[in-house]
Design a protein around this ligand. Structure first.
Ligand code: ACM
Length: 699
């Protein structure tokens, strides 16, 4: 941590949310920047921040005092109390300070100074619950006040992110923060169907969610590839549909409790009537085509679907959903409903006759019929129905929630008709897109056609971690840190859109997440060591920084991936977005704009490092058959960087390369651009820009 905050007298106002007009009357316009740009490392950016002069010194005498409510037991069992205890532990861990305060107890004496927090009431784990807080850091004391204890949790995370360092030691900068979320639904979906992710994976990701103020864990529990929840009513479901990889109900309750302690709701998803092959291993009779079923191993969209015309499935779902409604306390239950491919329905004469008899014109109408029957069941058990945007069909009452994945259009159309909605289109973190793409994807963009009443129906959004290509070893690196950018989009004011500053802060958050046990930064090294069979992996790390996995669904085209495939190869050790590659691309853009020689030399050093790396990678490849596939990547990087160095040299000297040179070198770059090892060079576009800039005009 460098001195990223030096209070600038008299007062630096950073404001992002309060009505701009009132602030402009209070402070000179120049001070009313709409962000924390370059100053604080808060993520998400609070609704309103005023940085003041002064620093609250953090030393071993720091205390935190819980509010005394008159009920000793009430204090020590409260959610805020436990969060305060975790706060002190994390602070000690981050600073190395031997804090003198004893473990917090109901009798923790009230002391002058230190951190004091208070709240009016325990918060409910419901949408639209108050999560606001006010945080004031003065040189001698810190006050955190909230309407609910959930607000206190959010404020404690902000305070930890404020921790700064200078030559004297650690401190909190003096600030006044008034914060509240823009959207009430800020979720992360984890697909545990395609790959199972044990409880410890889920818990550490819940901790990470809390650190960036996310509040809905969407647990995608059933898929073609796995049925992951214990059913005591229909035990064959998990016994036959999971390869033994499922959560017991005790584990489910444990996770729900863990999430609740962090102010996070847990919404289960049982994806029906499609995406349901694993159910039919136990109950083939409920499918729409005869035969026996095995757990699906491949990835894609598959035919098996429940038979809506079979009356037997409704008592089955009644009993199953009754059980699950009792297990999951959240008022919302997601029934999936996506990608019902319809072939089984088309091929089944009884279903076709049923459609005709009931005036169901097409498969959409048949699915709407099914959903209406389910809705009745869910309503009976006190649940609100959520479904992917395919469930948005005429005839459904508008107290269901539409979860948009195919495009933002469904969200708008649903809101226009009075339906609540959540957005995931644009938040598909499995596609290995840069954080920027997700960050600039707003559930309510400035050109939204919705009026204020309709806008209020847009509850928020969810990042979706579909798990075709991720395992417990790699999942953290596919979720973090990019999901923190989505968390900010959903929490912070719409005006917070500075991409460069988001990346600046993302770097800090990424490191801070490690204290919660997230493995996104250290597991890639472990994968590389395993691949190399050698602890000396520096050349592989250098290469990995210049490489990213193939994006969107391209990687699926590179091999016949199944749920049993290894996800331990070089590509799995490459981050979905290399922040080093991004920094390099930014440097090239900046250099080409100004030809700053100092920056040119820095770029030259990086190009030289990458060029020289290939000979260091070669012996590692020679020793490890599993690494052979990366040779074209490593060679391509070296060759591209050699070309880049030539281009840079000319640019630095103000000379122009002949057009024929650029044409010839273009072939080398084109060769290097070919995917290899299911990955691609993330720095090639920047090298290409250098080459193009250094060449004379094409003939
Ligand atoms: C989905 O991605 N099929 C919801």
């Amino acid at each position: 941590m460098t001195g990223h905050l030096s209070a600038k007298p008299p007062i630096l106002v950073i404001l992002a949310f309060l009505t701009l007009g009132s602030v402009l009357t209070m402070y000179p316009p120049a001070a009313a920047a709409a962000s924390v740009d370059g100053v604080l490392k808060l993520m998400p950016v609070p609704a309103s921040v005023t940085v003041r002069d002064g620093r609250f010194r953090v030393d071993e005498n720091l205390t935190i005092v819980p509010p005394y409510t008159g009920d000793p037991k009430g204090v020590v069992t409260s959610r805020a109390f436990k969060a305060a205890a975790r706060f002190m532990s994390r602070l000690a861990g981050r600073t190395g300070l031997f804090l003198k305060q004893d473990f917090l107890t109901a009798q923790t004496p009230s002391v002058e100074g230190g951190i004091r927090y208070a709240y009016a009431r325990p918060g409910a784990l419901l949408p639209n619950e108050d999560e606001s807080y006010a945080l004031t850091v003065a040189p001698d004391k810190i006050a955190l006040d909230a309407k609910t204890d959930i607000g206190v949790l959010r404020g404690l995370e902000t305070l930890l992110q404020l921790l700064s360092a200078d030559e004297t030691g650690y401190y909190f900068p003096c600030v006044d923060i008034a914060d509240k979320p823009r959207f009430t639904w800020r979720g992360l979906l984890i697909d545990v169907g395609r790959h199972f992710h044990p409880v410890d994976v889920i818990k550490r990701n819940l901790d990470a969610m809390a650190a960036v103020k996310m509040n809905v864990f969407h647990w995608h529990l059933t898929e073609d590839q796995g049925f992951r929840v214990e059913s005591k009513v229909f035990p064959k479901l998990h016994q036959l549909g999971s390869d033994g990889m499922f959560y017991t109900q005790a584990q489910i309750r444990d996770v729900i409790g863990y999430a609740a302690e962090r102010g996070i709701r847990v919404m289960p998803e049982f994806d029906i009537p499609g995406h349901s092959t694993s159910w039919f291993v136990a109950y083939p009779e409920f499918s729409s085509a005869p035969g026996s079923y095995g757990i699906e191993r491949k990835f894609g969209v598959f035919g098996p679907a429940f038979n809506p015309s079979d009356e037997r499935i409704y008592p089955f779902f009644d009993a199953f959903l009754k059980e699950m409604s009792a297990l999951f306390p959240d008022p919302y239950l997601h029934i999936g409903g996506d990608e019902v491919e319809g072939h089984q329905w088309e091929a089944n004469p009884a279903i076709q006759a049923f459609k005709k008899k009931n005036g169901l014109a097409d498969n959409g109408a048949l699915q709407a019929y099914f959903n209406k029957r389910l809705l009745k069941i869910l309503t009976k058990y006190g649940k609100k129905m959520v479904g992917w945007d395919e469930v948005f069909q005429p005839g459904l009452p508008n107290d269901i929630v539409i979860h948009s994945w195919r495009g933002p259009k469904a969200l708008v159309e649903a809101a226009l008709k009075g339906y609540q909605g959540i957005l995931s289109n644009g938040y598909y973190i499995d596609l290995c897109q840069p954080a920027e793409a997700h960050y600039l994807n707003d559930p309510l963009p400035p050109d939204s056609p919705l009026d204020d009443r309709q806008k209020a129906l847009i509850l928020g959004g969810e990042a979706t971690m579909w798990s075709e290509l991720v395992t417990p070893e790699t999942i953290d690196s596919r979720i973090w840190p990019r999901t923190a950018a989505i968390a900010e989009r959903l929490w912070s004011p719409a005006s917070v859109t500075n991409v460069d500053d988001m990346y600046r802060r993302l770097g800090f958050v990424s490191v801070e997440l490690e204290e919660l046990g997230l493995l996104h930064l250290k597991n890639p090294d472990m994968l590389l060591r395993r691949l190399a069979g050698d602890p000396r992996i520096e050349p592989l790390k250098v290469l990995a920084e210049a490489v990213e996995p193939l994006k969107n669904y391209q990687r699926h085209g590179q091999a016949a991936y199944t749920s049993l495939s290894p996800f331990t190869r070089f590509v799995d050790a490459c981050a979905p977005e290399s922040l080093a590659a991004r920094a390099f691309r930014k440097n090239i853009d900046q250099f080409l704009a100004g030809k700053d020689p100092k920056l040119g030399r820095k770029i030259g050093a990086t190009l030289a490092l990458w060029k020289a790396n290939h000979v260091l990678v070669l012996p590692l490849i020679a020793a490890s058959p599993a690494l052979r596939e990366i040779e074209p990547l490593s060679l391509g990087l070296a060759r591209a960087c050699e070309v880049g160095l030539e281009a840079l040299d000319r640019l630095m000297k103000g000379q122009i390369q002949p057009a024929a040179w650029a044409e010839e070198k273009g072939k080398i770059l084109a060769e290097a651009a070919k995917p290899a090892a299911h990955a691609e060079l993330a720095v090639l576009s920047a090298v290409t820009k250098l080459v193009e800039a250094s060449a004379g005009p094409a003939k």
